[in-house]
Design a protein around this ligand. Structure first.
Ligand SMILES: Nc1nc2c(ncn2[C@@H]2O[C@H](COP(=O)(O)OP(=O)(O)OP(=O)(O)O)[C@@H](O)[C@H]2O)c(=O)[nH]1
Ligand SMILES: [Mg+2]
Length: 194
């Protein structure tokens, strides 16, 4: 895989997870919109874009906010394939949303078809945590390659750090493949000139 210079600065993310974990709320707050105490369930897909600076370059981050409701999940399939990275959200007050993380990780494998960066966000940390520490540690040991962040869409805590982390990881991967492409071209040009 190789990336053209312009593509490196375009990063697309998909936001997935059970209904009501706070995906839309995270999106809104990340885009400087107001936190809503009662927000409507997402129907279909909503898209947000934001410019951020990574390694002194302005990158355009496109985020597809999906619907967590089971009956509508098939609508998200195409967006998994187009995404450069996945943000999987659970609710730190909901044991069910945590227990379903494995289901969502399988969906990523099924729809994405290739390995792409993933982060997990435990959202709603302004409320009392219901996830047992030992259970969380077991999960982290089993998925040690996936960074886990804690956020609150209500207070804004941790949101920028989480989104920046995955955007920077993707930027670095794209940059690495761009360098390899340039090196290959140079190698071919050099060998022609012999
Ligand atoms: N206290 C608190 N409430 C939150 C937080 N994030 C979201 N909520 C609330 O949780 C409810 C559901 O939030 P949404 O952002 O609509 O959830 P969603 O994941 O987009 O749900 P779907 O669109 O159905 O998939 C709303 O009432 C939000 O106000 C948070 O960090 N703290
Ligand atoms: Mg939503």
């Amino acid at each position: 895989m190789s990336y053209k210079f312009q593509d490196i600065k375009k990063i697309s993310l998909i936001l997935i997870g059970e209904s009501t974990v706070g995906k839309t709320s995270l999106m809104r707050v990340y885009n400087d919109l107001k936190f809503e105490e009662s927000s409507l369930a997402t129907i279909g897909i909503e898209v947000y874009t934001k410019n951020i600076q990574i390694n002194e370059e302005v990158c355009s981050i496109k985020i597809w906010d999906t619907c967590g409701q089971e009956r509508l999940r098939a609508l998200s399939a195409n967006y998994y394939r187009k995404a450069d990275g996945v943000i999987l959200v659970y609710d730190t007050t909901s044991i069910d949303s945590f227990n379903n993380l494995d289901y969502w990780l399988k969906s990523i494998k099924f729809y994405c078809k290739r390995d792409i960066p993933i982060i997990i966000i435990g959202n709603k940390i302004d409320l009392e945590n219901k996830i047992d520490k030992e259970t969380l540690n077991d999960f982290m040991r089993a998925h040690s390659n996936i960074p886990i962040f804690n956020t609150s869409a209500k207070t804004g805590k941790g949101i920028n750090e989480a989104f920046y982390n995955i955007a920077q990881t993707i930027y670095n991967i794209k940059k690495e493949y761009e360098i390899i492409e340039l090196t290959d071209d140079k190698f071919q040009n050099d060998s022609h000139s012999c």
